[in-house]
Design a protein around this ligand. Sequence first.
Ligand code: GRF
Length: 194
Amino acid sequence: MNIAIFLSGRGSNFLSISDSIKSGKLNAKIVLVGSNNADAVGLQKAQESGYNTQVFNRQEFGDGKKFAKFMDDEFSKFGVEYIVLAGYLRKMPPRIIETYKDRIINIHPALLPKFGGKGMYGLHVHNSVLEAGESETGVTIHFVDNKYDNGNIIAQKSIPVLTDDTPETLSARVLELEHSFYPEVLQKIATNSL
Ligand code: GRF
């Protein structure tokens, strides 16, 4: 399974996927790492590790269609089969969502459909979980459609919210779960055993 990973920030999920491939737990190949943000730490780490990287900056293109064509052409060039979003804070262009239907996957740090949608990222998610008095939270892996955090759910795993949790402690525990769960689910997709 040839995958492109898309990220906007630190890229810890990208690294856990990369490590899982290296250790033989995940049968996939990262053929491209993309970002909207040229300064993303995750993109720099990908460059240092020798992956193909590309910045996809919508602003550099006159219209959305040209941007989508550029993206599509890059995916063809590198033989991308699946697109794996790992902390990517932009929407994919409609053309890409159509072409890669059921082949764009995202991870979200809560139990969707709760605590998702525009603006629900990072500590905002965990703050909201605590404010709502939830007894559990977790990780959702889902297909991507044209709305934020909305596509069909592939898999979820929950963990308890502890009475003394802060947004930071909750974020750290959920992230640890993400690092094992995302490669596990991707391996099921790669081996057609979902
Ligand atoms: C993760 O919590 C992921 O669920 C969300 O964005 C965060 C990315 O973290 N979509 P990282 O960049 O992989 O460290």
